[in-house]
Design a protein around this ligand. Structure first.
Ligand SMILES: O=C(O)C(=O)C[C@]1(C(=O)O)C=C[C@@H](O)C=C1
Length: 278
């Protein structure tokens, strides 16, 4: 019996797949792969799958805007878990390719950005693909000797590529936070972290500080604040705020209601257990 249908960015060999397999280890899962992060979120919305696993933040490159905007635009999506995956980027090549042969690097934009210094040191062009695994698979299929792909060791092994160099990313410590997204609110009763989306009702001096002071007064610790454009007018923003409290906690409920009383919009994007791995 299939327990849960889970979708992630494919094809096989992506970091999203690694995150999904780790998170759902030991569970009965029917897996579905999608060509883009937006497609994963759409499939959750359309109930083609029960949950989607998508990257949201990387320690070197920062937010994955596609995921942030997808969550902000779809009021039905809810984050039920987070997991943090260590990311090691490798230079993958066809057999016989040496570093001086490489004229172009292929990968997903997030992976290319994590390896900016390495790519600059080679002084070569880049080409972006929908995932690191797509780049690796295309390279293996075209057998070109003048291209390198950036991706994980699984892709090298399974697509018959060679690892020319490991740990290419700008900082040796590299982690990506993934979130598990469902349709409809499914907060755990023991959640200890939440993600809120706040849209201020007016542009005035101190409006954001005022909101932040509400969390401070209730001794709610914030672990992340990111702004994204509202997309309606240049210079207007929405704020993604991670707070160390579950939605079931009275203080967080108080904060949400006070912020609402001042006319600002607050949406709880998710409430879940903090991944304590890093
Ligand atoms: O292309 C992949 O392998 C992905 O799973 C996507 C993704 C991302 O978008 O952040 C996931 C983790 C890494 O940070 C690099 C790429």
């Amino acid at each position: 019996m299939i327990w849960v249908k889970v979708g992630y960015l494919g094809p096989r060999g992506t970091f999203s797949e690694e995150a999904s397999l780790r998170y759902f280890a030991g569970k009965d899962v029917e897996w579905k792969m999608y060509p883009s992060i937006v497609d994963v979120l759409d499939a959750v919305q359309e109930q083609e799958i029960d949950c989607g696993v998508v990257p949201i933040e990387n320690s070197i490159e920062g937010s994955v805007n596609t995921t942030m905007d997808g969550l902000a635009q779809d009021p039905d999506l809810f984050i039920e878990a987070e997991l943090v995956l260590p990311i090691e980027q490798n230079l993958l090549v066809n057999e016989g390719t040496v570093l001086s042969d490489i004229k172009e690097i292929w990968s997903h934009p997030q992976a290319l950005a994590q390896c900016r210094n390495f790519i600059r040191s080679l002084g070569v062009r880049v080409k972006t693909w929908d995932s690191t695994a797509t780049a690796a698979l295309e390279l293996a299929e075209c057998k070109r000797q003048d291209i390198g792909a950036i991706g994980n060791a699984w892709a090298a092994k399974n697509f018959g590529l060679h690892i020319l160099q490991s740990n290419l990313q700008d900082m040796s410590e590299n982690h990506t936070r993934f979130v598990v997204v469902r349709r409809g609110e499914t907060a755990l009763s023991r959640a200890d972290k939440s993600m809120l989306l706040i849209t201020l009702n007016e542009e005035r001096a101190g409006a954001l500080v005022h909101v932040l002071n509400i969390f401070a007064a209730l001794e709610l610790n914030l672990t992340r604040i990111e702004s994204r454009p509202t997309r309606k007018k240049l210079g207007t923003y929405q704020f993604f705020i991670d707070v160390e409290a579950g939605v079931q906690e009275e203080d967080l409920q108080k904060a949400v209601s006070i912020i609402g009383t001042f006319g600002h919009q607050v949406r709880v994007l998710g409430s879940y257990m903090k991944d304590k791995k890093i």
